[in-house]
Design a protein around this ligand. Structure first.
Ligand code: NAP
Length: 485
């Protein structure tokens, strides 16, 4: 098929998760043409993929929701994953987005040619778009650890993001590898069904104590009746998060407060041997903070164990640690996180045939995290150097999609030219970031998915307030038009 015969969708958005839906809503409201390409059969992104026991969002639900679509019916301060997924399904339906989504469509190749994007899908389809928006996010390619013998395990094994709900857990000996937010969240519910539960911890994590509580029917009724209550709650949480997030980027009061909270909480573990096993050797906040009030009490249960001896290999019956001990298991959960630096896109090729992989061979380089020199009419939501830590990523995405929308409006109707950031602007941004990174807690000595292969954190090194300020509107002096004929 020639390019002239391939349908042009206007803006192609990859992914129908939280950000892709948001971008779609913005474009739909203004009547601009777009198509969302989604590899799976339903919306929700990470909330569709992750269904492990105990999954909640550790950002309060009133803040972890679109500002323009409040939900008075949240059941908990930190609502369960399934409820959050239903929220996104409801929003997609309400805004009539389902008709704009091509489900079962995985983008395998996208290249800028002849003034626009040619997109190929794994299902054999091709389409054209003037603008391409990557809304795939960093946390969806599963990290399967290269532990020797992993494939020899004779029990049931799955990654946390591919939970097999057909596997009965009652009375089973369960092992969990990994103690990030995911591993920690699943421990309490698993401990209620397992006969024996072992967490394999490679590096201790700091835990910040935050309790979850259900909202009462009465509270929900009032929030439904008086929507201002929901708005106020959101406002308060946003204020707290916008200010407290300074703790990771500035060495001041918020950092001391956050670090003291973690350190004091560790001291509440009564068993001194367990407490020392749980004591990290890095600063609180260096890795993404884990929020829980259930984790330490769960580890104090008699049938729950924290194994800190390194894993040597895995065999048919279970995990063998480097001291030669065999930990026999029926079920092994890999809560080992995600390949966060793949950025969800296999093959995106910009001008002069340079792929994103090549352009980022020594680490991602963006201009304000949403645009990239050499990649015209291409935008990323929640891409590298977005504020990705303990924040509402929805709040982040709202600013980014607004910024991208402003760019798309500028691009709309411009035939024969495409928009991209100047290299000089991207370099200026990178240099400022590199300088600001020195004050962040992420460079104080730990390994985490925050660090790119070249060792630089791929986060926003300034406050959330600064992020929203900078993203308010594009500075078009920092952009250039590429003549495409
Ligand atoms: P993660 O934070 O990357 O943690 C992965 C864990 O697996 C770490 O404990 C890591 O140990 C361990 N691990 C990896 N490879 C290993 C190996 N070969 N041997 C032994 N241990 C290994 O992943 P996650 O817990 O899935 O969380 C990822 C991100 O998802 C979070 O940071 C957060 O952004 C998001 N998340 C958010 C929520 C929420 O409530 N908002 C909940 C869950 C997840 P090391 O520390 O030693 O590397």
């Amino acid at each position: 098929m020639s390019q002239a015969e391939v349908a042009n969708v206007g803006t192609a958005i990859i992914g129908a998760g939280m950000s892709g839906l948001l971008m779609g809503i913005r474009l739909k409201r203004k009547g601009l043409p777009f198509r969302i390409l989604e590899k799976a059969g339903s919306v929700g992104g990470t909330w569709r993929e992750n269904t492990y026991p105990g999954l909640t969002c550790d950002v309060p639900s009133f803040f972890y929701s679109y500002s323009f679509e409040p939900n008075p019916d949240w059941t908990h301060r930190f609502s369960p994953g399934a409820e959050i997924c239903r929220y996104f399904e409801g929003v997609a339906e309400k805004y009539g987005l389902l008709e704009d989504i091509s489900f079962g469509t995985s983008v395998v190749d996208a290249r800028f040619e002849d003034g626009g994007w040619t997109i190929h899908t794994g299902e054999g389809a091709s389409l054209r778009a003037d603008v391409l928006v990557d809304a795939t996010g960093p946390l969806h390619i599963k990290n399967i650890p290269p532990i020797p013998g992993l494939d020899r395990f004779a029990g049931t094994m799955f990654h946390s993001a591919a939970w097999d709900h057909s596997v009965p857990l009652d009375g089973k000996r369960i092992g969990v590898i990994g103690n990030g937010s995911t591993g920690v969240q699943m421990m309490a519910p698993l401990s209620e069904v397992a006969s024996d539960l072992t967490m394999f911890q490679r590096t201790a994590q700091w835990i910040f104590p935050v309790g979850n509580r259900p909202y009462t029917d009465r509270e929900r009724r009032w929030t439904r009746r008086l929507p201002i209550l929901g708005k106020l709650t959101r406002f308060v949480y946003k204020w707290i998060f916008d200010h407290a997030s300074a703790g990771v980027v500035e060495n001041g009061w918020w950092r001391r407060r956050m670090q003291r909270g973690c350190r004091d909480y560790l001291e509440t573990v009564e068993d001194s041997e367990l407490r020392e096993k749980l004591r990290p050797d890095h600063e609180p906040g260096c890795k993404r903070l884990v929020m829980s009030r259930e984790f330490y009490p769960t580890l104090e249960k008699e049938h729950v164990h924290l194994e800190t001896t390194a894993i040597d290999h895995i065999e048919e019956r279970g995990v063998v640690t480097s001291d030669g001990n065999l930990h026999e298991l029926d079920v092994l959960v890999l809560a080992t996180g995600f390949a966060a630096h793949e950025w969800g896109i296999a093959n995106v090729v910009g001008i002069e045939g340079v792929s994103l992989k090549e352009a980022w061979a020594s680490g991602p380089r963006t201009y304000r995290s949403v645009t990239i020199p050499g990649f015209p009419n291409f935008f990323m939501i929640v891409g590298p150097n977005s504020p990705l830590g303990n924040l509402s990523i929805i709040d982040v995405s709202e600013s980014q999609t607004k910024y991208i929308f402003d760019c798309i409006e500028r691009i709309d109707g411009q035939s024969g030219r495409a928009l991209m950031p100047k290299r000089s602007a991207a370099e200026r941004f990178q240099n400022a970031m590199r300088e600001a990174m020195k004050d962040t807690v992420w460079v104080t000595g730990c390994s985490s998915w925050y660090l790119s292969p070249d060792g630089d954190p791929t986060l926003w090194p300034w406050t959330a307030r600064e992020f929203h300020r900078v993203m308010k509107r594009p500075d078009f002096d920092d952009f250039e038009w590429v003549e495409t004929g």
